[in-house]
Every structure is written in C-alpha cells, then in structure tokens.
Design a protein around this ligand. Structure first.
Ligand code: OGA
Ligand code: NI
Length: 387
C-alpha cells in the first residue's frame, strides 16, 4: 500500500499548545491510564534499594579492541542500549549541533511552517508519526531529514536558518555516521563473526542510509497524563542519540521481576546513547535486541534531542545471518524483508511498542515451508502495512 501524501487531520504544533499557556492539554494528547508515565503496575520506574539502575556505559575509544567488542555485545544482548563515552566526536561539534537546532525551534512559527512535512517522506517539520485518524498524539514536534543516500537528500527541506544549521548538521551527520561504522564493527566482532560482517549485511558503508530526527519536547502543563514519544523500538539499524544536556526524559524498558518497568536514563555529559534497531535484531536473529523506549515530558523544562538513524541499504532483503543460525543451531525467526517495506508500518501506524518486529517472528513461525522466498517477504510487508 502507498504511504499517504497528507495527514488525516489538521496539524497542530505542540509548541503552540505549550506557548498558549493553557493549564490543561487537549484530550488528543491524554494517554490511556496504562501508558501514563506515573503508572506503577507493570510500568513503574525500576529502582533498586541502593539507588537507580542504569544502562551500561562503554568506553569506545578503541572500537577494534576485543574487550570493547565484548562490552558492546553484552550491552546489546542484555539491554539493547548503552552510553558511548570517548566516542571521538568533538564537544564543540555537539555544542554547535545543539545550538543550531535550538535556534531553529526558537524561530517564529511562520518561518518553521515553510518546512511542514507530509507522511510520504516525513522530511521536514512534523508533529506526528503515523496517519491513523483519531490517534492519541505525542507531546512533541520534530524535524526529520534524510542525509544519505544522496538521492534522498532534499535541499529544499533543509532549514536556511540559523545560517550555520545546514553545514553543522552535515558535519555532525558525517562524524556520527562514521562513529556508527566503528560501533557496527564492534557489534559484529562481538557476535564472533568478524568485524565487517554486519556492515556487509547493511549493504556496505556506502550503501547505509542515514537520517536525522531532531526531537523538540516543549514544556507540558500535565506531564503525568501524556508522553513526548510513545513506547516504540527503532525500526532501522542503529540509533545514536545526543540527549539534552540538562533535562532527562528518555526511559528504556527493562524486563525483570514483576513484568519489568521503565528505567530513566541519566545521560553522561556529551556521551551518545546508542541502541539496537529492529533491523539488527533481524540480522542477528534476536541475539541483539531492539528494546522499547519512550520519552516523558516536564512542566518545568523543554527538552531537545538529536537522533541519528544508521540504516541498512533500504532495498536489500534482510534476514538472519546464516552463520549465526548454524552456530546457535536455531531456526530463523524472521523472513527476508527490505527496510523500505518494513518502515511502511511505523509510517502508517506510528509508535507501537515492539508490535511490528514481534509480529514478523510470529509470521515466520507460522510459515511451514521455511522463510526464504521473496514472495513471502512481499506478503509479510503488505500485511505489516495493512494491519
Ligand atoms: C527517537 C527516540 C528519544 C529521545 O527519536 O526514536 O527514541 O530522547 N528519541 O528523544
Ligand atoms: Ni527511538
């Protein structure tokens, strides 16, 4: 099914709602009780008696070091998330990237509206994910850009202001994408299949796709009733997030006793938060897991984050790597599917926990003649897009 060219309802900027000073949020942003950030049953924040637990912190200054690969692999298996420190991207560039995008969101509304996006490519200034009419919306605006492959980069969608935004974002994407290549090497070596194997499965460094989403979460008068970004796993390969340097908000799902719960990430200053996306879960046959995460908002502070998505070439059918299946003597959990097919789901339905990647595993289990035919992949994609 084609993705739609228009949003199903008029777009409302969350920033305008926030700046109106209204003491309550519109009903459209009020989450069902079970999804609210304050819910304790099965969804409460996890703390241990000695303080809060947190995602691992990994020094990635020597990504080719076997001990780095081991730590990265352990984090990808256990948490699906880690904080990368000593990552080699300069503090000054992080500062400039944050400043440029803060500057953009501070522009008058009319200047931002020029870049209003549409659901066919998502590029530009947006305020929702998914096109389901009547969906409960998230308390956040964003700016989404394709950086690579070059034919998807649309210069008309890039803000012209602040004046250094474009150059800074290009430099930032180049540096962070190159870090992604190094991290992918460590992830690959940590699987025991050689450091270039995952990159090859992505279609080579030249084939990888790079997108940036800058998330802007305005202050919210009723933060206990809503979320800045609903629970989701990232559909692509790997995500590298530069979190706000002052305001927390990212929470990661942790499974454990009592049904698990949500762990609030406490960002190390100038670290990157790295997480496994659904495509790496598919390629590794779930040895590495894409883990659900969400964002809470605050009454006191706005929050800005820069997410860079490093994705496999979008027209390659992706399936679990055969050598991992052999080594573990496990059947493949997923049928081959291209990332282009896969991402239609989130673009139609918006963030929905891990529903998509889990439904693929179910489809593969139901499929008695194995899971390697291109026809099967196409059917699964059509199902995913239509459900
Ligand atoms: C995302 C995301 C987290 C954040 O953009 O996919 O999970 O803290 N962002 O903004
Ligand atoms: Ni995410």
């Amino acid at each position: 099914m084609e993705s739609s060219a228009v949003w199903p309802e008029p777009v409302v900027r969350v920033q305008s709602l926030s700046e109106s000073g209204a003491p309550t949020i519109p009903d459209r942003y009020v989450k069902p009780e079970s999804e609210r950030p304050t819910t304790e049953v099965g969804g409460g924040a996890i703390t241990t008696s000695g303080g809060s637990i947190s995602i691992p912190v990994v020094d990635v200054s020597s990504p080719q070091d076997p001990s780095t690969a081991r730590l990265v692999a352990a984090a990808c298996r256990d948490w699906g998330f880690f904080q990368a420190v000593n990552h080699g991207v300069s503090r000054d560039l992080l500062r400039r990237a944050r400043a440029a995008w803060r500057g953009f969101f501070r522009l008058p509304m009319a200047a931002k509206q020029r870049y209003a996006n549409a659901p066919d490519t998502y590029q530009g200034y947006g305020s929702r994910l998914g096109v389901d009419p009547g969906a409960v919306l998230d308390w956040g605006d964003y700016f989404f850009l394709h950086v690579r492959p070059p034919h998807l980069l649309d210069p008309l969608k890039w803000p012209h202001l602040p004046p250094d935004l474009r150059e800074t974002t290009e430099e930032y994407s180049r540096e962070v994408a190159s870090l992604c290549g190094r991290l992918l090497g460590a992830m690959s070596a940590g699987l025991g299949c050689g450091e270039s194997r995952l990159q090859e499965a992505f279609g080579g460094a030249e084939g990888a796709g790079v997108c940036v989403r800058v998330n802007y979460y305005p202050r919210c008068p009723q933060p206990d009733l809503t979320l800045g970004l609903s629970s989701h796993s990232d559909p692509g390969g790997m995500t590298v997030l530069l979190a706000d340097d002052r305001v927390r908000g990212l929470q990661v799902r942790r499974h454990g006793a009592g049904g698990g719960g949500w762990v609030t990430v406490d960002p190390v200053p100038d670290a990157f938060i790295v997480n496994v996306g659904d495509q790496i879960q598919v390629l590794t046959n779930a040895a590495y897991r894409s883990v659900e995460h969400r964002v809470t908002v605050s009454a006191a502070d706005e929050r800005l984050s820069l997410a860079l998505f490093y994705n496999p070439r979008s027209d390659l059918p992706l399936a679990p790597m055969p050598e991992l299946l052999l080594a573990a003597a496990r059947p493949p959990l997923y049928r081959p599917m291209t990332f282009d097919q896969y991402r239609l789901y989130i673009r139609r339905r918006g963030p929905r926990g891990k529903a998509q990647v889990d439904s693929l595993a179910t489809a593969a289990a139901d499929d008695d003649d194995g899971c390697t035919s291109a026809a099967a992949a196409t059917t699964a994609a059509a199902d995913a897009a239509a459900t």
